[in-house]
Design a protein around this ligand. Structure first.
Ligand code: NYM
Length: 212
């Protein structure tokens, strides 16, 4: 007798510049999904707990200098080392809310002057997200938020370049949201788009073809 296959979970990515409110929105989104009985979990990149992640953490805090190309590859390796686990979760029906992904990888490294096409290559073949929620905030407004400037990259000129790089990566799977609104207003848009993507993912195969 054939076993009924569990519909897969959705790969939902939340992206944006520093201090755009991404982390709060990821928390709100998980709560909204759970409230609807959707099996969902949080994932965050960089994953600062793995070996590559520990090095990345030192780099971001300014405690270690790493060549721009080398650190770009570390961020990519940090994603690759989670792919098997992520795929297994999606296949068992768990939806994932991912705080940053390869789009951050490219947007930040290219903002330091690396070639954008070069930056895309190491992440080529990662799982393709079902939805990218981009929290768009003017870097000047972001700079006024608490905690800004504590880590590497948190400078307005850098964030302007990051924002325009993000925009050049956007395609039909992106939803660009005005992140200058209230947390509740943004959360309402985020959960509506996410719930639609969870539904759509049930009948769409999972693809390891990012940027292919
Ligand atoms: N970042 C994040 C990168 O430069 N490349 C990447 O691939 C990823 C995933 O790390 N300033 C940068 C963006 C952020 C920093 O992110 C850490 P967070 O979300 O503040 O922990």
């Amino acid at each position: 007798a054939s076993q009924t296959q569990q519909p897969r979970g959705a790969l939902l990515v939340v992206e944006g510049g520093d201090r755009c409110g991404k982390t709060s929105q990821c928390t709100r989104l998980l709560d909204a999904l759970h409230a609807r009985g959707i099996d969902a979990r949080a994932v965050k990149f960089p994953d600062r707990t793995s070996e590559t992640g520990k090095l990345i953490d030192l780099y971001l805090k300014g405690a270690k200098d790493v060549d721009d190309h080398a650190v770009h590859l570390l961020f990519s390796a940090n994603r690759w080392e989670s792919m098997k686990h992520i795929r297994a979760l999606l296949e068992q029906g768990t939806t994932l809310v991912v705080d940053r992904y390869a789009f951050s990888g490219v947007a930040y490294s290219a903002a330091k002057g690396l070639d954008l096409e070069w930056c895309k290559q190491p992440d080529r073949g990662l799982l393709r997200p079902d939805l990218v929620l981009f929290l768009d905030l003017d870097p000047i407004a972001a700079a006024r938020r608490a905690g800004y400037g504590e880590e590497r990259y948190e400078r307005v000129d850098m964030q302007q370049r990051v924002r325009s790089n993000f925009m050049s990566l956007a395609d039909g799977s992106w939803k660009i949201l005005d992140a200058s609104r209230t947390v509740d207003e943004i959360a309402a848009d985020v959960s509506a788009a996410a719930i639609a993507a969870v539904e759509a993912a049930r009948s769409t195969p999972l693809c390891s073809d990012l940027w292919c």
